[in-house]
Design a protein around this ligand. Structure first.
Ligand code: FES
Length: 172
């Protein structure tokens, strides 16, 4: 599956979806193979495990121009690195508090758990999140379009570096 690239200058909100390689990314891939429709303003970033999604990485996504962020990993009990998705959920909850303190709606961030077979559910999740963030409007901390473009490039590079560096036990 090719990574979707949202146009940061469009009217649509920019949604970043951090997807673990084993389940959520596979579900996104399946949604693509099934030709399921979902918004093209969702940019999928593949990570070894959601356990790699640190709070500062989530906050950087917003600072670099995301209007909404999805963290999507394996079903609870199904993480290939045991507890990566549980750590991710705790971090997402803490990041929601930080977003509120920074003046952003915590609803701009959400964590989901799904299996690799749930292509249809992946499409529903990203569609629902896109609709939610559209209702909320643009992020109040969104930088200018050029900065968004370079910020998204950095997000891509960092995700690729995490994948390349992932050994068999990858979660911090
Ligand atoms: Fe999927 Fe850890 S490998 S959340």
């Amino acid at each position: 599956m090719s990574t979707k690239h949202a146009n940061p200058q469009s009217e649509q909100p920019l949604i970043l979806a951090f997807c673990c390689h084993y389940c959520a990314y596979a579900a996104a891939d399946l949604a693509g193979s099934m030709r399921l429709q979902y918004p093209d303003n969702v940019r999928v970033l593949r990570l070894p495990c959601t356990g790699r999604v640190e709070i500062n990485y989530i906050m950087a996504a917003f600072e670099r121009g995301a209007d909404g962020v999805i963290v999507a990993g394996c079903l609870e009990g199904g993480c290939h690195f045991q507890e990566g998705n549980l750590r991710a959920r705790r971090r997402v909850e803490r990041a929601k508090v930080l977003l509120g303190e920074a003046g952003l709606e915590p609803e701009r961030l959400e964590m989901y758990n799904l299996s690799s077979a749930e292509g249809g559910r992946f499409a529903e999740i990203v569609t629902g999140m896109s609709e939610r963030v559209t209702r909320l409007g643009p992020s109040p901390i969104k930088p200018d379009p050029e900065q968004v473009k370079s910020g998204m490039k950095k997000m891509d590079q960092e995700a690729q570096a995490q994948l390349a560096a992932a050994p068999s036990g990858c979660c911090s």
